[in-house]
Design a protein around this ligand. Structure first.
Ligand SMILES: NC(=O)c1ccc[n+]([C@@H]2O[C@H](COP(=O)([O-])OP(=O)(O)OC[C@H]3O[C@@H](n4cnc5c(N)ncnc54)[C@H](O)[C@@H]3O)[C@@H](O)[C@H]2O)c1
Length: 263
């Protein structure tokens, strides 16, 4: 299905982005990967058979240059994956609004505005062609709450909101949008966290997330839930916000602080 298509993925030096790149390549696609980490993205590209670009997604200029570079290498981008993301804990303030302004600003730029910049560069061409696929890697934190990280929770909610908005505004143009909302995945982002090994909340491999995306793309499904249980949690939250907040507040009171990832 993706054979010969031009794919561009941000934040793909490792983790989920790399796993998605590998899956597209296995399907015969031509893949451009980018990351802020030049050395690692070049190494990864050489290993998997992609072309590498340095791109700091907080810069609109850099995103535009990446999309132009991917087009130069493989033709107009057919699928764009906005995957690069960052998370910061509330510390040093230690309360909901305690994160530094710098961490909030970076989270807005990298987790939200990067997709706006990419959409700005891609949507006009996709409208003309009557097709295009935009994937936003948000998080279960965009539907629920990541305790101890106000900036991550808030910006991932915004990422889900922008994905929904784009999907609605451009469905009639033939543009498909997918929003990927995993719970914990074994990548650099969750290093040092106690691994949940069993059950519906267990830590997944990055390749599991790529598999879920491909299953959703095959059916043109918007919401990609590599942990299916997130749908139950989301429905329970919609049924009663008060019960959800009460349950999560109890967890905050009782949880082992060592279990909190250094997001
Ligand atoms: N790992 C998880 O548990 C988990 C769960 C839900 C969602 N996510 C999301 O998945 C996405 C990928 O994360 P991951 O888990 O693979 O972690 P990761 O740390 O392995 O990958 C993130 C990549 O983004 C890159 N990056 C950071 N800032 C950047 C910038 N300004 N410009 C370009 N690249 C930048 C990093 O260098 C890194 O290679 C993120 O959006 C993350 O929020 C991760």
């Amino acid at each position: 299905m993706y054979s010969g298509q031009s794919i561009a993925i941000t934040g793909a030096a490792g983790g989920i982005g790399r796993a998605m790149a590998e899956k597209f390549i296995a399907e015969g696609a031509k893949v451009a990967i980018s990351d802020i980490n030049t050395e690692l993205v070049e190494k990864t590209a050489a290993e998997i058979g992609a072309v590498a670009f340095t791109c700091d997604v907080s810069s609109e200029e850099a995103i535009t240059a990446f999309i132009k570079g991917a087009k130069g290498a493989h033709g107009p981008v057919d699928v764009f994956v906005s995957n690069a993301g960052v998370g910061f804990p509330d510390e040093p303030g230690g309360h909901a609004a305690g994160g530094s302004n710098e961490s909030w600003e970076l989270s807005w730029q990298i987790n939200v505005m990067s997709s706006v910049y990419a959409g700005r560069a891609l949507i006009p061409g996709w409208k003309e062609r009557g097709q295009g696929r935009f994937v936003i890697v948000a998080s279960a934190a965009g539907l629920l709450v990541q305790v101890h990280s106000g900036s991550y929770t808030t910006t991932k909610h915004a990422a889900v909101g922008f994905a929904e908005y784009m999907a609605i505004m451009h469905k009639n143009d033939g543009i498909k949008v997918h929003c990927v909302c995993p719970q914990y995945v074994k990548t650099n982002m969750t290093k040092g966290m106690t691994e949940v090994k069993d059950g519906p909340d267990k830590h997944l491999e990055a390749s599991d997330v790529a598999d879920s995306l491909f299953a959703a793309m095959a059916k043109d499904e918007f919401l990609v839930l590599p942990h299916p249980v997130i749908k139950d949690y989301f429905q329970a939250k919609a049924a009663s916000h008060d019960q959800y907040i009460g349950g999560m507040a109890y967890r905050v009171k009782t949880m082992d602080k060592g279990h909190i990832p250094n997001l």
